[in-house]
Ligand binder design. Structure first.
Ligand SMILES: *Cc1c(COP(=O)(O)O)cnc(C)c1O
Length: 379
């Protein structure tokens, strides 16, 4: 679908570049497979049917954070033995569902949760495979709302709890500990935190080994960032350096499998949100370009001050002015960017908000009774 065709569509709408998605997945696959790494796609980033179809066709497993995501993964033909289930608050219903489908692994975030899984598995006369999600206390240097691996975060089991947990696990008859799991945050663009993570994982892997606990796998989570500032120059993340770093610094024991859970990096730059300018209003410091998409269609800027490249695709003049690009929703945080340099922008111009493929369409809300945006694709 070309730009002239997109201009005809009712706005706002999402658009996915499936060719770029194919290229991204092919590179991620190539760079991970050379080391024998397993990738689970984090469904929460995007559950669009076509996107899921491509993830599945690439041979990736699924990383789910709710019972409905587990169901969605199964419906979308992901293999059950490649489904992992994380989350700090798994309900009994969700645990039972995952047990019934005999998924690969529960990534567990507390001893309380493990005890409930043990009881529910016992009632079904089955055994649950689990990995301990350990909080490695590694700073991801990303926005505080998407940092997850510090002791102050709600996620995971703290390292000082491990002695107790390992002791308690010996009494739980319907739990099979098969791995350890980590996820330190999201939109991580400097690879140093991942290097620090490797050091911590190596220490912990040895700690378990010294206690004669043989872990079958290490799961390093996701978090690799994308280029939101220059998505056209860097549409595909540097998977070569990312997986290369783990190959260099991670020291698994012989036979241990290495798993990853990538979300944003696989799909983020493949989607865009298109919107039309409704009004241009004079402000005190800048003009406001009021567009017909808001935080209801893309909440990332309002939720965690995320930056998205904004482009006026109707007017490509070189003379520019500054605009605050805002949505129609009755919230002051409903703003896509302040002091954005755009060519002279007028009512009816089509605006492209780049890099909306991850945590975009999945977070649409009906606040203000908004309509659902359309979705289009280019092959
Ligand atoms: C969200 C999440 C991911 C994926 O994170 P990205 O930053 O999108 O790669 C992986 N693992 C877990 C447990 C998650 O919650």
């Amino acid at each position: 679908m070309n730009i002239e065709q997109l201009k005809e569509k009712k706005t706002p709408f999402y658009h996915y570049d499936l060719h770029l998605l194919d290229q991204t997945l092919a590179l991620a696959k190539e760079e991970s497979e050379q080391y024998g790494y397993h990738i689970h796609y984090a469904l929460k980033a995007n559950v669009n049917e076509k996107v899921l179809g491509k993830m599945n066709a690439s041979g990736f497993g699924a990383d789910c954070v709710s019972g409905n995501e587990v169901l969605k993964a199964i419906e979308s033909n992901f293999s059950k033995d490649q489904i992992v289930f994380a989350g700090v608050g798994k309900s009994d219903e969700e645990i039972n569902l995952a047990l019934d489908h005999d998924i690969f692994c529960f990534n567990c975030e507390s001893i309380q949760e493990i005890e409930v899984i043990d009881q529910l598995a016992k009632a079904k006369n089955t055994t649950a495979r689990i990995a301990l999600r350990i909080n490695p206390n590694v700073n991801a240097n990303t926005h505080k709302y998407i940092t997850t691996g510090l002791e102050e975060n709600k996620f995971g089991i703290n390292m000082w709890e491990l002695d107790f947990i390992v002791e308690r696990l010996q009494e739980l008859t319907n739990i099979d500990l098969i791995g350890i799991h980590f996820h330190i945050g999201s939109q991580i663009t400097d690879l140093t935190p991942f290097k620090n993570l490797c050091t911590r994982v190596n220490e912990l892997n040895t700690w378990f080994d010294e206690r004669n606990i043989r872990l079958k796998h290490l799961n390093l989570g996701g978090g690799l960032g994308i280029d939101y500032v220059n998505p056209q120059d860097n549409p595909i993340p540097n998977f070569k350096d990312y997986f290369g770093l783990f190959n260099q610094f991670l020291k698994p024991f012989k036979g241990q499998e290495i798993h990853f859970e990538l979300g944003r990096s696989l799909v983020g730059n493949c989607g865009s949100l298109y919107s039309k300018v409704l009004y241009v209003k004079k402000g005190i410091k800048t003009n406001f370009a009021i567009i017909d998409a808001g935080m209801t269609e893309l909440i990332r800027p309002a939720l965690y001050q995320a930056v998205h490249k904004i482009e006026n695709v109707s007017n490509t003049d070189t003379y520019t002015e500054y605009y605050d690009v805002v949505g129609p929703i009755c919230e002051s945080s409903d703003c896509f960017g302040k002091k954005i340099s755009l060519p002279i922008t007028r009512r009816g111009d089509l605006i492209k908000i780049h890099s909306a493929g991850a945590y975009g369409e999945v977070m649409i809300s009906a606040y203000n009774l908004r309509d659902k945006p359309g979705v289009y694709y280019t092959n």
